[in-house]
Design a protein around this ligand. Structure first.
Ligand SMILES: [Zn+2]
Length: 329
């Protein structure tokens, strides 16, 4: 919910940090609607402040939190319980593989791509980063550079939140049980190894390409965090379940026979079992393993190595949803 910029919300005491998100809380919030897009909230010692009305508000907003993000944008948040999603339990279950390229593949073969930073934005961001490295700490120019970087981050954050909202709604609406891997997101944002340049033996690909890949990895990792949180909240409010399982070997294990080998993974995209010879899209194979492990914790014998069985998934058709591409499996 973006509060109109340029409004002067008083800077009260109690800010935690000068550089992070700052803000304060309003109790006994008074809100009035001006029109479809705009509303006003009463801020103590300040009066009515306009804000952009971006989603339905609770009937009686008890309190509101006003924050100033690092990009210099004011927001006003009205905490409210997560409303239940409109869904019918149909016995559908899904395992989710968190890919590094495609963000997410479900065991029923849905692919979702996470938002990425555009080439233009990445170039600009990295240039700003280099500029900031040369600027004196605490200088006004450096602060200006930081603000410009934060503004780029803010647009990415907005897209990430939007993505997580849409995908989590889809997941919870379509499934009674959703199984995620327990992943340490810190592992996903580790500094990438230098990539050898295939054209030039002994050489490495330009640092800039790697830096951009690093930015995207960071975005992907935060997408995961937001998605997992929102999926959990929506599931809890809507009668669905989210389960986390150990991801160990989920991408190397055959979902039909259970054979585990590094060699099963023919390439980034193809899984070819050296035990039983069956092949599948690699991410989908992993997602099915994740699902089987989740169901196993519930006592459902979905994965029976040797029987060629895996969980059947029924899904209501809902083509054309945002962020989906047809299965590549
Ligand atoms: Zn196999």
């Amino acid at each position: 919910m973006g509060m109109e910029r340029g409004n002067h919300v008083p800077a009260t005491a109690g800010f935690r940090s000068r550089r992070g998100t700052q803000g304060f809380v309003i109790r006994d919030t008074k809100v009035r609607r001006l029109n479809r897009k705009w509303g006003e909230v009463q801020v103590p010692k300040c009066g009515w402040v306009r804000f952009r009305w971006t989603r339905p508000l609770p009937e009686k907003p008890g309190m509101a939190r006003v924050t100033l993000d690092r990009a210099g944008r004011w927001h006003v948040w009205f905490p409210a319980p997560q409303p239940a999603l409109d869904r019918e339990p149909a016995g559908a279950v899904a395992g989710i593989d968190r890919g590094v390229r495609t963000a997410l593949v479900t065991s029923d073969g849905q692919h979702y791509r996470a938002p990425r930073i555009s080439d233009r934005q990445a170039r600009r961001y990295l240039a700003l980063q280099r500029r900031m490295a040369r600027q004196r700490k605490g200088s006004r120019k450096r602060e200006k550079t930081r603000r410009a970087m934060a503004r780029i981050q803010a647009t990415v954050t907005d897209r990430r939140r939007d993505w997580a909202e849409k995908v989590s709604t889809r997941l919870v609406q379509d499934h009674d049980v959703i199984v995620f891997e327990k992943l340490n997101t810190k592992d996903m944002v580790k500094r990438p190894k230098a990539k050898p340049d295939p054209e030039q033996p002994g050489g490495y690909l330009p640092n800039r390409a790697r830096s951009k890949a690093g930015l995207n990895r960071g975005i992907l990792a935060s997408c995961w965090g937001t998605l997992a949180t929102r999926t959990g909240q929506k599931a809890a409010a809507s009668g669905a379940h989210v389960i986390y399982v150990d991801p160990k070997h989920s991408s190397q294990q055959c979902r039909w026979c259970g054979h585990i080998a590094k060699e099963n993974r023919e390439s980034q995209a193809v899984f070819q079992c050296k035990g039983c010879g069956r092949a599948d899209h690699a991410d989908r194979n992993a997602a099915c393993n994740v699902l089987a492990r989740g169901l196993a914790t519930m006592g459902v014998p979905a994965h029976a190595p040797g029987h060629g069985a895996h969980a059947r998934v029924r899904r209501r058709p809902s083509a054309g949803a945002a962020g989906t591409t047809p299965s590549a499996a």
